[in-house]
Ligand binder design. Structure first.
Ligand SMILES: CC(C)(COP(=O)(O)OP(=O)(O)OC[C@H]1O[C@@H](n2cnc3c(N)ncnc32)[C@H](O)[C@@H]1OP(=O)(O)O)[C@@H](O)C(=O)NCCC(=O)NCCS
Length: 164
């Protein structure tokens, strides 16, 4: 069974392999990370771990039994009981309910481990799969997301008021 784990230094090679293998797939629905992300991956990864250590973010990877990364599920800007959610799932497991089940699990973790009461996520109008994931996990639309929120696209902010 794949397991959702808190990101640590040892996940770096599998995270890089995941981002490389799915780069084109992700870029069809969300902004590409750019060559710099891949060229300077080690520095960027260390910076992520430092942010996590400082408590402002909580990063998670969905790890398969063979150690490969199937998805990334992240909480950003943890403050005052709220955080922003972001996620991406490997093309090889797309359409099997992986994102929906894992976002639901992350909601439980957000309450139990981080004491959060509210999660927010923005998704573009074109990203029908992501909208479906959010609504199935209990998020509701709360207002427009601007191109600044979504790397150039317009969309919707969703919110989930978490209940223990
Ligand atoms: C969005 C993403 C996370 C979905 O992952 P996933 O594991 O395939 O999602 P799930 O299988 O849990 O659910 C996807 C739902 O969207 C539906 N869906 C997929 N493509 C669709 C489309 N083009 N139009 C309408 N619905 C679509 C699926 O049928 C499924 O709904 P169902 O379970 O009711 O059948 C994945 O496609 C991804 O990583 N995309 C690139 C990154 C991204 O967009 N991240 C989100 C940023 S807000």
């Amino acid at each position: 069974m794949p397991e959702l784990k808190r990101l640590h230094a040892g996940h770096a090679p599998a995270v890089l392999a995941f981002e490389l293998a799915n780069r084109t797939y992700f870029a069809a629905s969300i902004p590409d990370r750019g060559d710099d992300f891949f060229d300077r991956f080690t520095d960027g990864y260390k910076a992520l771990l430092a942010e996590q250590e400082a408590g402002s973010c909580a990063f998670h990877v969905l790890v398969a039994e063979d150690g490969s990364v199937l998805g990334r599920f992240n909480l950003y800007d943890l403050e005052d009981g709220a955080a922003r959610l972001g996620y991406r799932v490997a093309e090889q497991v797309a359409g099997r309910g992986v994102a929906t089940a894992t976002v639901r699990e992350l909601c439980r973790i957000a309450i139990a481990r981080h004491g959060l009461r509210t999660l927010r996520a923005a998704t573009s109008h074109e990203n029908a799969a992501s909208r479906k994931v959010l609504t199935k996990a209990g998020f509701v639309p709360v207002g427009p997301a601007t191109p600044a929120d979504l790397g150039g696209k317009s969309g919707t902010w969703y919110q989930h008021d978490l209940r223990p």
